[in-house]
Design a protein around this ligand. Structure first.
Ligand SMILES: CCCCCCCCCCCCCCCC(=O)SCCNC(=O)CCNC(=O)[C@H](O)C(C)(C)COP(=O)(O)OP(=O)(O)OC[C@H]1O[C@@H](n2cnc3c(N)ncnc32)[C@H](O)[C@@H]1OP(=O)(O)O
Length: 169
């Protein structure tokens, strides 16, 4: 079965409360990553209709702090499905609901693996990108997968054909 990228869309909204912040009154990075993990896992489950586990989290840059009392918006969507794993892209914004403005906080890629009832990786639906943005993310996903598998010790650099093609014509 092939599912559209848009079918996996998850939008999560949270309010930054005192217990979520550091001594500067900014949202803690770890709390944000926790919310992102949940939003991305839900997007992955919408795509594969199975329980999932987080296999890896790519680097996250915290561009702009999100202040106490602000709102956090997380948008998560599956970019590409492989055999049992899928990459989820997220955009995160902060919002001052009183002054009524929104600002970009960060973006990230998480990878999830679908599990069968025995807790083993299972095959998943293919994914079809539709919009230009979805197609761009879909195309880059193979390269990003090879980078994270090399870093995770699951792939030899010499086997990363998609990455090598960037440098060797
Ligand atoms: C009772 C029912 C209730 C239902 C209700 C549902 C409730 C559900 C709620 C969910 C909401 C919360 C969601 C939070 C989710 C967590 O936080 S889960 C906790 C943190 N994560 C973990 O504990 C995962 C621990 N790791 C593992 O279990 C295993 O290493 C993995 C990830 C399953 C991989 O297993 P493995 O035996 O190494 O498998 P292997 O055949 O080598 O690879 C399988 C796939 O993993 C990929 N992979 C392996 N390592 C990596 C890596 N480092 N980077 C990227 N991909 C990798 C491979 O590329 C491969 O992909 P495909 O080529 O098949 O597409």
């Amino acid at each position: 079965m092939v599912k559209k990228a848009s079918e996996s869309l998850v939008v999560m909204t949270e309010l930054v409360l005192p217990n979520d912040t550091n001594n500067f009154g900014n949202l803690m990075g770890g709390r944000l990553m926790y919310w992102m993990d949940i939003a991305a896992a839900l997007a992955a489950m919408k795509h594969c209709a199975a329980p999932v586990v987080t296999a890896s989290v790519d680097n996250i840059s915290f561009e702009t702090p999100i202040k106490i009392g602000n709102v956090v918006h997380i948008e998560a969507k599956v970019t590409r499905a492989f055999n049992s794993s899928m990459e989820v892209h997220m955009n995160v914004w902060g919002e001052d609901a009183i002054q009524q403005y929104r600002y970009k906080s960060n973006e990230a890629y998480y990878t999830f693996v679908a599990l069968d009832p025995n807790g083993k990786p299972r095959s998943i639906n293919a994914l079809e990108p539709e919009t230009d943005d979805e197609k761009k993310l879909f195309e880059g996903a193979l390269r990003r997968r090879q980078i994270r598998l090399i870093l995770g010790g699951k792939m030899k650099p010499e086997d990363a054909d998609e990455l090598k093609a960037l440098f060797v014509k």
